[in-house]
Design a protein around this ligand. Structure first.
Ligand code: MRU
Length: 352
């Protein structure tokens, strides 16, 4: 399995995604501040992977704390959580993971006589449970979504919603992997995904790693391929899904969704429940990360644009729910109206 991130005795080890596909190197984050830096600089990226990385960063911070008392530790814990929360604003999995660690910390420290080491050990365990749960969710998404993909044909994906964006297997690419495992003859078309090139560098790398036939296309080529009949379905991941089913995902997803609708091609979103944000009513309220201009002005250290030109670099966009054919989750496949189907599945899970 592709080792996206891993808890070790020395710290959290990450496959450096900024170096792929040419170099397979690893970064060892030995403090929570370094974990935060690894998330900000996109050494690790992808909503579910960011969430579990933050949880492990919190556990690492508590493990290394020198606090003499539990109230002192609680103060430091708050700083650790706030540092990790300030890394990237759009993927709600980050805030979901931090909230889960905060709840666990509160329950642990409410126990009389608990030691700092016992708290740290329990938080490390929680991070490892989240890691395993993430892979299990991806596998269930795959099982739930595979039959939506064609028996044979082209499937377009945008960005990287694969093993590299999760603890393993992937969301959108997990659905594709599951379809291929069932014997479906899928040919993946991977949008290159300017400016960070997650499609060209990461999706292509991990699918080739698994021997899944893959073609990379520039972001402006998809409509033409759709018109030629080469694309039979689209499947993408998500960074946050609002209560009405609006989907925030990598910049460019919205235009793919519009093109799919125009060509009568189903547009699927695969995401774990930790990506669903019922507290955010619509996509309009989802904070969109603005990243540095240099990601657009330069590539591999080389300047592409004239000095001083205006630059836009929103990292995500919002696809209105009306373009989404179905949302594939580990709990099942949801159809419109999402405001209702999301509540039904949430209530069913709460009842179990
Ligand atoms: O900026 P990134 O690379 O973190 O953006 C990632 C995406 O937009 C993914 O599609 C999304 O996080 C889903 S990953 C399973």
């Amino acid at each position: 399995m592709i080792p996206t991130l891993e808890w070790t005795q020395e710290g959290v080890r990450f496959l450096d995604q900024t170096k792929l596909p040419l170099e397979e190197t690893y970064v060892l984050a030995t403090s929570y501040q370094q974990v935060a830096d690894v998330i900000t600089t996109m050494v690790v990226r992808g909503a579910p992977a960011i969430g579990v990385s933050a949880a492990m960063g919190i556990a690492l911070g508590v493990k290394q704390s020198k606090a003499a008392t539990i109230p002192e530790l609680a103060k430091e814990f708050d700083t650790i959580c706030n540092t990790l929360a300030a890394t990237r604003p759009t993927a709600v999995n980050l805030f979901w993971a931090i909230a889960r660690m905060r709840d666990r910390f509160a329950a642990l420290t409410a126990q009389a006589g608990i030691t700092r080491k016992a708290v740290a050990d329990a938080l490390i365990k929680e991070g490892l449970v989240m890691y395993d749960e993430d892979i299990a969710a991806c596998k269930s998404m795959g099982a739930n979504g595979a039959e939506l993909l064609p028996e044979s044909g082209g499937v377009l994906t945008h960005c990287n919603a694969g093993a590299l964006a999760t603890c393993g297997y992937g969301t959108a690419l997990g659905v594709i992997r599951a379809a291929v495992e069932r014997g479906q003859a899928i040919h993946v078309y991977a949008d290159e995904t300017r400016p960070f090139l997650q499609g060209a560098r990461l999706t292509a790398w991990e699918l080739m790693h698994d021997g899944i036939p893959t073609t990379v296309l520039c972001d402006n080529m998809a409509a033409s391929l759709m018109r030629q009949g080469k694309i039979h379905a689209v499947v993408v991941g998500a960074d946050r899904i609002a209560a009405n089913g609006d989907v925030a995902n990598k910049i460019g997803t919205y235009s793919v969704a519009i093109m799919a609708k125009e060509h009568g091609i189903p547009f699927y979103v695969a995401a774990p429940w930790s990506t669903i944000d019922l507290a955010t009513p619509t996509g309009d309220e989802i904070p969109i990360e603005q990243r540095a201009e240099i990601e657009v002005t330069h590539h591999a250290g080389k300047q592409l644009t004239p000095h001083g030109v205006g630059i836009e670099n929103p990292a995500f966009d919002v696809t209105p729910a009306k373009y989404v054919t179905a949302i594939i989750t580990e709990r099942g496949v949801l159809r419109a109206p999402y405001a209702e189907s999301l509540i039904v599945l949430e209530a069913a899970a709460a009842a179990n």
